[in-house]
Design a protein around this ligand. Sequence first.
Ligand code: CDV
Length: 312
Amino acid sequence: MARNLTVAAAQMGPVAKDEPKAAVVDRLVALLREAAGRGSELVVFPELALTTFFPRWFLDDDEMLRYFETEMPGPETKRLFDEAKRLGVGFSLGFAELHTDDDGVTHRYNTQVLVERDGTEVARFRKVHIPGHEGNEEWRPFQHAERHYFEPGPDGFGVWWAFGGLVGMAICNDRRWPETYRVMGLQGVELILIGYNTPLFYAPDPQQDALAGFHNDLVMASGAYQNGTFVVGVAKGGIEEGVESLAQSAIYAPSGQVVARCVTTGDEVAVATIDLDFTRFYKETLFDFDRYRMPEHYRLITERRGAEPPAE
Ligand code: CDV
């Protein structure tokens, strides 16, 4: 029996530094309506969708706080939540989160929220792999100071029953790490939602620039294939405040194939109807973890190696 779900990758073009949040929410609502009109039940927005990618500047505490949300939904984003509920469409949205815990300690996270079709919050995922640098590195043409702004999410990678299947989330740099997919794969994930902002110029090693699109596909397609899961990867692309970022948003099947793809670098929706039961072909054959993975074997080998004296 099929478990069909129509999902949309709601790619965004640039968000300018001085673009009012209300205007960004207008764009998100327009993408949501277009996706709903094309039958989507779940709409995936990018990382830090509400603002420009501010880690390209090194800002002090006062300046940075305007980019953070203290509540979600808040006064400006409630419109998106209300419209999604009215349309009966769920969504995931990346934003900068200022979170005060029960002990009164404030944390800054790079967060993605998942909201069901009835408007209830399913989960919040906080980015685990925080790339870039902590200090102001003036040799760079622009900064990637995510490590100045965000601490790693403390909860790791979870999966949640939602939208008729097991859904997980990851954010941008998380998508490059095999353990992102495998930790969720071991929990049976069937659909992973990923937002990203990936500048096409990588200052530490510009020879990687020409491969940005290839690496983007490589990691999400192989993560999907090796764990028998669908993956939706959604960009904020185009030239934002003079910095060009990768677009290429796509929906990947457990076969590793692309089933839908954006073709522009701006606001655009790519839609696919996916059968979550299709994951079983891979989960119950080549990637039948219970039958073929060998964690005990690895453990024994590691123990034996540990018992050996170090080689001369
Ligand atoms: N927003 C990101 O996490 N961007 C990173 C950097 C390294 C370009 C990425 O992995 O795409």
